[in-house]
Each structure stands twice: as C-alpha cells, then as structure tokens.
Design a protein around this ligand. Structure first.
Ligand code: DLL
Length: 442
C-alpha cells in the first residue's frame, strides 16, 4: 500500500529547548546534583529505603559521582506491593494530589502518588514529549488512552493541555464514535496504544471513512511493544507519522521517553529527570555500550514517590550519540518486550513482538494475532492464531497457515502451529492488547 503521509517535513520544534539540547557534561552535573538530593530524600522519608540502604551498607553521603549509583540496591515491583498502599510515599499524605494504580493480574495493585510539583513536572515532560513527537500548540489532540487509574489517559491529557492543544478526552472504546469525532473535530494528533489504533482503522474502514483524508498527521503510540512492521502498517492506514512513546507508572507514567519527529530513531529518555542504566538481567551488572539489557531507571526529581534503580524488566539498547534533531538526551532504541512476556518454547526465546514483525506484512493475513502456549506431555507448544484478510477463500487457509509456520521457523527458529481464522474472530484491543494466552497451568 502506498504511503500517504500528509506532512513530510518537520522542524525540530522544542518545548524546553535549553533542557532538551543541554551539553552532556552539564547534563551529568545536573544529574549528580539531583541524584544526591533524591537519595537523601528517599533515605530520610521512606522506611523501605532507609532499611535497604542500611542493609547494603551505603549512605546518601557515599554518592559522590554518577558511577556511585551502582552502590545503591535495586527497587523491584514487589517492593511497591509489599508497601501497599502508601508506605513508599516520601511526603505527608496531605501533599499527595493524585493517586494512580496499575491493575496487576494477581493480588494488590501497584500504587503511585504525585505531589503538585510532580504533576507539574509530568505535564511539562508530557508537553515536551508531545512536541518532540510532532504535536504543536493549537492542534486538536484526540486522546484515546484509557482514563482512570491507568496513567495513559490523564498523562497525555495534562501534557497536551500544557502544550496548548485542544484535547478531546475520548478514553478507549466506543470506536465508531471515535472515528466520527476524529474526522469531524479535525484532530491532528491521535494518542492511543498501537493495537487500539489498529482497531480504529478497521472500524473506520467498515464505516467507509478514509482516515488518510482526515486532518490527522501524527500518532503518538505506546504503552505496549510494537514492531517496525506495525508502525509501517499504521502509517500507511492513517497516512500519518507514527511515533513511539514510553513510560511506566512506577516512574511517572507516559513521557519518560519519546521518539522525535525528525529522526524517528529511538526514544529520547529525559535525562534531566531520570537516570537510565542498562544491566544484564542475570548478573545485575552494566552491559557494554550498545548491547541489549534490562532498563533500570532512577527518578531524579520526583517528590511523592522517589524511586531508586527501578528494574523495569523492559529489554532495550541505549544510544548516547546526539540525534539529528539536536537533542542530547540518551535514546532508548525501542522496547523488544518485557522479560516476563518472553516465552521460552523448547529452549528458544520468543518475544510476541518478533512474531508480530513477521506476521504484519505477510500477504492474506490481517495484522491481528494471538500466541497460545500449551503443554503436551512435557513439551510446550506454540500456536499462532491469525486472521485471514476479508474475502480470502477458506480453501486457502491451510496454505496460509503453512506459510506462517515456515516463516516463523526460518526467522525466529521456533517450530509452531498456525491457526488461520476468518476475519473478526480474534479479540480486538481496547487498550493494551493481550498477545499471549498461556494455557499451561489450566
Ligand atoms: O503504559 C504508561 C504509558 C501510557 C506509556 C501511555 C506510553 C503511553 P504502565 O501501565 O505502568 O504504564 O505500563 C508500563 O508498559 O514497563 C513497558 O513494559 C510497557 N510499555 C510502555 N510503553 C511502551 C513502549 C504505561 N513504547 C509498561 N513500547 C512498561 C513497549 C511499552 N512497551
């Protein structure tokens, strides 16, 4: 399908140019000053950190250089759960102005809190991120991230308002109405998960709306892994540029890192507010420059919930070269997936995003899929469920399935089965897509 991008060129417009292009030595000096403050703040005000630092034999005064961060213990998700709901907060309750929580499939959710200063900083960073991704003051932003305890909806909402955009607070769902309002209100920017964006394109097609003819210019997509192939698919279906945005509630929410409109090559992680490390998942040691590893983030300016060395479980690579856009902040080169989403099928590591990269673009297959893992005897088996594109004769399903199996074997190295279904059979995403159905413990 031919690309129909409505705005090819982009200027490197910046919301906070001084911060975004700060020379690296200056950035490092700022980071050290802020790191020392945040460690002292966490140690003095959070029981968990007092205990953890004492146990590691390290005191805030030991942080004399940025490298000293490795003396600090890691924070993991269970630390937040163990201190449910508010014991990780570093400020008195009456200074907390917002609470978000992640749903979590089992047990108690992970709870996060924000002071007025934190909300202000978040709005600024989201405004910065949206401008970096090509949004401009005065535009209409259609926000289809879920509103509620999830940080996506309100995070994007406050950022777009701060940037000076008119926000349409849609949240997820009611997709036919979303298509109508996106067209009628002339939205320039769509904020949603990539899987929900795909759902929107399908509903628009059913309604006879050609999204490429609307005013839409940018998609700011994130909150779940997505492949380059999916990016090309979305860019083509909407006639937009699609930019990747990253964040997590424990650290802030959306706006921790974002791709720039200029290079579209890795997400700028905002180093004046966060310190990024990449570690080997097994040893916890730093990986060599350019190697993949688990992203570890320290908040440098958060008041209500300072977090030291948070193990995100997200796998990526870092690039510290200055970007073509002029921004100096480190680039997070896409998220392959979370290490807890990685499937190990008969010894082969498989991320859903790798399978997605394979499937999207194969002829006769719609870009909807699910991976089903089951156990037969002692063997784990993977079945890839895909949908045929409309009007594919059922007699062809078997041949298509064989092609899928062949491609996955040759590209990823894992043997699987494929099940081709008629259009509309697989569940459609309303927010974060469920890519894996694990039947092994059922
Ligand atoms: O997903 C925050 C967010 C909202 C980010 C809207 C971007 C846009 P959580 O629900 O806490 O927060 O989930 C965080 O989602 O650790 C990653 O595993 C995953 N994730 C977020 N952004 C991306 C991305 C929000 N761009 C978890 N690519 C993170 C891949 C992502 N995975």
């Amino acid at each position: 399908m031919a690309h129909a991008i409505k705005q090819e060129t982009s200027d490197p417009y910046m919301y906070q140019p001084e911060a975004e292009t700060m020379p690296r030595e200056q950035l490092a000096a700022l980071q050290l000053e802020r790191l020392q403050k945040v460690v002292a703040h966490a140690y003095a005000n959070v029981g968990h950190y007092k205990k953890a630092l004492d146990a590691a034999g390290v005191s805030p005064a030991d942080i004399q250089s940025l490298d000293d961060i490795t003396k600090l213990p890691f924070t993991v998700k269970t630390d937040l759960r163990d201190n449910y709901p508010f014991d990780m907060f570093a400020v008195p309750q009456d200074q907390v102005l917002r609470i978000h929580a992640s749903s979590g499939t089992t047990g108690k959710p992970t709870v996060v809190g924000y002071t007025e200063g934190d909300l202000n900083m978040w709005s600024d960073l989201m405004a910065r991120s949206m401008a970096c991704a090509g949004a401009r003051p005065g535009q209409v932003v259609h926000n289809a991230y879920g509103y509620g305890l999830f940080t996506g909806g309100l995070g994007a909402h406050d950022g777009a308002t701060r940037l000076g955009c008119a926000v349409v607070p849609m949240s997820g769902g009611n997709t036919e109405r979303q298509v109508m309002l996106m067209e009628d209100f002339g939205a320039s920017v769509l904020c949603s998960t990539p899987s929900y964006a795909l759902n929107i394109t399908e509903v628009a097609e059913q309604q006879g709306v050609d999204l490429r003819k609307t005013n839409l210019k940018r998609g700011i997509f994130g909150a779940e892994p997505w492949s380059q192939a999916m990016r090309e698919e979305l860019e083509s279906l909407f006639g937009i540029k699609a930019l990747n945005i990253y964040g997590l509630s424990e650290i802030m929410g959306p706006g921790v890192a974002v791709e720039c409109d200029v290079a579209q090559d890795g997400m700028h992680g905002w180093e004046d507010h966060f310190l990024f490390e990449l570690i080997d998942q097994e040893t916890g040691q730093p990986v060599a420059e350019g190697e993949p590893g688990e992203l570890v983030i320290t908040t440098l300016t958060k008041e209500a919930l300072p977090i030291l060395r948070y193990r995100t479980r997200d796998i990526t690579r870092l690039n510290r070269e200055t970007c073509a856009c002029g921004r100096t902040h480190v680039r997070i080169m896409g998220i392959t997936g979370r290490n807890d989403d990685m499937l190990i099928i008969r010894g082969v590591n498989v991320f859903p995003s790798q399978v997605e990269a394979m499937l999207v673009g194969l002829p006769n297959i719609a870009p909807h899929y699910q991976l089903v893992v089951s156990r037969e005897g002692t063997m784990d088996t993977l079945t890839v469920e895909v949908e045929a594109v409309p009007n594919t004769p059922e007699a062809d399903y078997d041949r298509i399935a064989k092609e899928v199996v062949h491609h996955i074997k040759s590209m990823i190295g894992v043997s699987c089965r494929a099940s081709v279904m008629p259009p509309g059979e697989l569940p459609r995403s309303q927010g974060k897509a469920v890519r894996v159905r694990d039947l092994r413990n059922k």
